[in-house]
Design a protein around this ligand. Structure first.
Ligand code: LLP
Length: 479
């Protein structure tokens, strides 16, 4: 079969070896065994399929732990020469379950949650409430009450409404709740670029100019203790420039606010990018940490103020590279496209229900055959799911050996962040379990959601089914 490469995006070049596993995209433990089968943490993909079925989220525990350790060490090493501490919160929204909470807390990370549900998972896993942070733009009274009652380390105030709500909750509870104020620094880094705008048109936080009044009000509330500013400029950001610019603006505000009292911490959020394909080249976390901390130190020195303790909230950078999703190929179909190009569509047994990122953000992923190697020439493929949407794409463009066939196992790397957490049961497609692999063994850490589970939620079934007589009359058109 000859498949043209003309439909490939500019950045994607045919690989010299369509079996190769790109460095930095796969877990460090990923390799092929003597039969060419992919192994992660010593566990073969074929064995995983036999034991757990497909689709399957696979997460390499040691890879998560390594990123957690490395990130904490990087920020601590950057902060220590300046006599301040750095705390790293794992942003649970990237992928939260009790095992992950245990892994990251064992490696010294605190945990950041943004809903009562995420808080419940962290607490159920046994996390120390004092080492939890809770942000989000619409925390309910019940969520705030619960957070204060369990003794949460800090809450991030996002609006005037919430300020009043939390002040009342804390007073009723007789607590003194540590709070930060979410500030929108006006640095917009999603596009790998940043621009200054006076008023970002988005839902999070207060503007820089509003923040002093917010902090003044907090300082008047008996039940609240203002501990610092909080900012998060976006996600999947490469490079340090946006973080540095944002840090500079935050330090300026922080310096002004010192007139009203001590401010022990400055939380600069998360957003550190990872590689999804072989052409992505994220800045190493050590360089990011040094660059960001040095920007803060420089700005503090320029204003003659002490450097505050620093906090960060990476999610994707901790878990992203640790995840690999396994699928089975169901059908293949070469499609001629106007203009002469041809693309091989490869349909797998999952899709936008287990990985919504391509459909939501146009995100790129890559793929390899996991169950074997092949010496066939690479062809341009688009890996698609089984949902009733043409936008149901898992891997928009990559190359696979031309003999890819139904029954092959495909692996999609870098699915550890925002895949399980964004999953749905669209089209009543079951939700895959999550299996952790470590030292040659595998265990389920989150059970899947089966069709029986879904039917059990259908309360109408408790009240009966379509009566046989109704079925007959309708189909015959009798009235
Ligand atoms: N802190 C705050 C306040 C956040 O809003 C976020 C992410 C993080 C930390 C963690 O960001 P990270 O280090 O993981 O980039 N679903 C999207 C990403 C949404 C991120 C939302 N906030 C995606 O799949 O790309």
């Amino acid at each position: 079969m000859s498949v043209s490469t003309s439909l490939a995006p500019d950045w994607l070049l045919p690989p010299s070896d369509a079996n190769a596993l790109a460095d930095g995209v796969w877990p460090a433990s990923a390799r092929r065994d003597d039969d060419g089968v992919l192994r992660i943490a010593g566990v073969s993909a074929s064995q995983l399929r036999d034991e757990f079925g497909t689709p399957l989220y696979v997460v390499d525990e040691e890879e998560v732990r390594t990123h957690a350790r490395r990130t904490l060490a990087a920020f601590r090493a950057a902060a220590a020469p300046h006599g301040v501490q750095a705390r790293v919160y794992y942003a649970g929204k990237a992928f939260l379950c009790s095992e992950v909470v245990r892994w990251v807390t064992a490696e010294g990370l605190a945990v950041d949650v943004c809903t009562g549900g995420e808080l419940a998972v962290a607490l159920a896993a046994g996390a120390d409430p004092a080492r939890l942070g809770f942000h989000g733009n619409n925390k309910s009274v019940a969520e705030l009450e619960n957070a204060v009652a369990v003794g949460i380390g800090s809450l991030v105030i996002d609006s005037w409404v919430e300020l009043d709500r939390l002040a009342a909750v804390a007073e009723r509870a007789g607590a003194t709740q540590a709070v930060l104020v979410r500030v929108n620094s006006g640095v917009h880094a999603e596009t790998h670029d940043f621009l200054a705008t006076a008023h970002e048109d988005q839902k999070f936080g207060f503007t820089l100019s509003e923040a002093p009044a917010v902090v003044a009000r907090i300082r008047e509330c008996a039940g609240l203790e203002f501990v610092g500013l909080h900012c998060h400029i976006g996600s999947q950001i490469f490079g340090t420039a946006g973080f540095q610019e944002s840090a500079a603006r935050l330090v300026e505000l922080h310096a002004d606010l010192l007139a009203g009292g001590d401010i022990p911490v400055l939380n600069l959020g998360g957003g550190f990018g990872i590689a999804y394909t072989s052409v992505d080249d994220p800045t190493p976390i050590e360089a990011l940490a040094t660059g960001i901390v040095e920007a803060v130190v420089r700005e503090c020195a320029a204003r003659g103020i002490p450097v505050p303790n620093l906090a960060f909230e990476p999610g994707r950078a901790i878990v992203g590279q640790a995840g690999v999703t396994l699928y089975e190929v169901g059908t293949t179909k070469p499609v001629e496209v106007d203009g002469g190009g041809q693309r091989l569509y490869v349909s797998v047994d999952g899709g936008m229900s287990d990985n919504a990122r391509p459909a939501l953000y146009g995100a790129d992923f890559s793929t390899r055959i996991a169950s074997r190697v092949s010496t066939e020439n690479p062809v341009l493929v688009r890996v698609v799911g089984k949902h009733c949407e043409s936008g149901d794409i898992v891997v928009d463009a990559d190359y696979l050996p031309a003999d890819v066939v139904p029954g092959d196992l495909l692996a999609v790397p870098a699915t550890g962040a925002y895949c399980f957490s964004l999953a749905s049961n669209y089209n009543y497609v079951p939700r895959p379990p999550v299996v952790a692999v470590r030292d040659g063994s595998a265990r389920v850490i989150v059970r899947g959601v089966s069709i029986d589970d879904l039917l059990a939620h259908d309360a109408g079934l408790d009240r009966g089914r379509v009566a046989p007589s109704d079925r007959l009359e309708r189909t015959e058109g009798a009235e």
